[in-house]
Design a protein around this ligand. Structure first.
Ligand code: HEC
Ligand code: HEC
Length: 288
């Protein structure tokens, strides 16, 4: 009797072990297949539009971690036209601001590029937090607007070009967890902060915009200046954020890249759903 009880126990334990193992495998497969999501924003970035002086051939190790450049001044006339058509009603023709919108003079090309290329500007309703939305302008138009506004007054950082290849991802991970995770969460999905402000997901931005956010501190985000994070450290964080975005595209079903949040949800639904069903099935068998 005792022996058979022990036998039963161990076989149930075994069944339980197998069920946990298998169901987590099913869960993982679900996640792999459906957790996909890459940033379309990134692939649209055309660094070639920012003039690069290629007189020196840098190797990965001696290439500087970040180079800040002014957008080409040849784009200023195009930028002026775009600015007058799309921005001047709120910011004024010379970008000095109005009762509706802040002064943009002296902010620098990186700030303008960030707000326009992440779709925050132009704004339709000035009373709500400007959020990332589908961008209105392509890369060249954005750089043109940045070229025009930054030509009006000196100041502010240029547009960063990040040497991701030379950056250190594990340094980036620890810098991210101490400096960014409190607001954006450790996985970068973002979170609500106080007073209807939220820290957005970091899955839809490319290297340049990540560095720009750190160097310029948009909205309620603190600015991380040279004294807080060196260029090498900023590049490390950028590399880590890009890494957070990437493992989500393992080559499974992409769901048309509707966005990592939706895709993650489906992944959880199918992965977890499968896991629960499987557990239920194995559980039912083991107790029989
Ligand atoms: C409907 C009015 C409106 C329009 C149109 C508009 N903006 Fe803005 N802009 C605002 C307001 C309001 C803010 C402040 C928003 C905030 O802080 O969240 C702002 C903020 C900004 C900032 C950040 C300023 C800072 O101090 O950090 C930049 C850069 C900017 N706008 C650029 C532009 C550009 C370029 C365009 C045209 C493509 C544009 N805006 C069109 C209203 C507008
Ligand atoms: C105190 C909270 C806070 C901290 C800390 C913080 N952020 Fe942010 N971050 C925000 C908020 C709020 C926004 C949205 C700003 C806005 O649009 O008004 C934001 C926006 C961003 C964006 C733009 C995302 C998009 O969708 O366009 C990036 C990229 C970003 N942060 C990266 C970082 C990185 C990297 C760090 C660490 C070095 C960091 N943030 C630290 C609050 C924070």
């Amino acid at each position: 009797m005792k022996a058979s009880l022990r036998g039963m126990k161990s076989s149930r334990a075994k069944a339980f072990g197998i069920s946990v193992l298998l169901s987590s495998a099913v869960g993982c497969a679900g996640m792999l297949a459906f957790g996909g999501g890459s940033s379309a924003a990134q692939s649209n970035f055309q660094p070639s539009l920012v003039k690069e002086t290629k007189s020196v051939t840098f190797t990965q190790s001696n290439k500087p971690p970040i180079v800040y450049r002014k957008p080409p001044s040849s784009l200023i006339p195009e930028g002026r036209t775009l600015f007058i058509e799309n921005c001047s009603t709120c910011h004024g023709v010379d970008a000095v601001g109005s009762s509706r919108a802040p002064n943009l003079q002296g902010l620098g090309a990186a700030t303008i590029d960030f707000w326009v290329y992440t779709g925050r500007m132009p704004l339709a309703d000035p009373t709500v937090q400007a959020i990332q939305k589908p961008r209105k302008f392509n890369r060249q138009q954005t750089l043109a607007i940045a070229a025009y506004v930054s030509s009006l007054a000196p100041g502010g950082p240029g547009i960063p070009s990040v040497n991701v290849a030379g950056a250190n991802i594990s340094q980036g991970e620890s810098l991210f967890s101490t400096n960014c995770a409190a607001c954006h969460t450790i996985t970068g999905v973002g979170d609500a902060l106080a007073n209807n402000v939220y820290a957005p997901s970091l899955y839809g931005v490319g290297a340049t915009q990540i560095a720009e956010a750190m160097r310029t501190g948009p909205g309620n985000m603190p600015r991380f200046g040279n004294g807080t994070l060196s260029n090498a450290q900023v590049a490390d964080v950028v590399k880590y954020v890009l890494y957070l975005q990437k493992p989500q595209d393992p080559g499974g079903l992409s769901l048309g890249h509707v966005g990592p949040v939706t895709e993650g949800f489906v992944g959880i639904l199918i992965g977890l759903g499968g896991l629960m069903l499987f557990g239920y099935w194995v559980g039912g068998r083991a107790t029989r």
